[in-house]
Design a protein. Sequence first.
Length: 256
Amino acid sequence: MISIDKIQTIKEDYSVIILCNKENVNSLSEGILSKKQADYVKNEYAEKNVDHFSFNELSRYIFVNIVDECGIAYKDAENYRRLGARILSLCDEKHVKDLQIESDCHRDMVIAFAEGMMISSYVFDNYKTDPKRCIHPFDNLHIKHNDIKVEDLEPIRIVVEATEKCRDLVNEPVTVINAETLAASIATMAQETDIKVEVWHKEKIEKGFFIKKKEITREENILLFQNFIIHKSNKFYFHHQYNNNKISISLSNAKN
């Protein structure tokens, strides 16, 4: 997973992307960009509506993206996520491993951009035999934004990590992932949190607490979650059954 952090200043030896919306194009000034580069961006956007620029400075790349926002928050956020995915592909193409983000756009849009880059970086390498194909060239994101705090980045890490774990489970072949291995995977993931998981196998299920008048096979398990959702006193039963290459899942609440 791509690492992400907040920085106070832009470093000259790392590639950087400047994100701005169309209202702020004319405010681009010298700093990261030279005067000639800033003038070029303004003129090309004004005359030809060009909204993406890439400057190769040998030691680093400077990308500039001008985003046309519609003013509807969720639509704009999704556009920034998609832009993040496209920029990741560009970074892979240019062999850029570290990227700094400089932006005066709304903090939520910058966070959405970073989320798009991180989610689109997912690869499933479990069964690749060529080591070269198992290495994703991009490693680190660094955000410079006055309204984004270090703690604002933690939700992104949680979302991306959770998404990647789910993708890993989905991408496992049906010969590998069944009720037993799924239960083991969830129990392993729970060890990283304060969630307590108890796996009920065939013998315990057959006592009739959860499912009655039904023959239980080894392809069925029940997971008992504690300290899960809202209250620590809650207990939830997560029942999954593997049958005909499909996994059916149900979640129910138990007060006792």
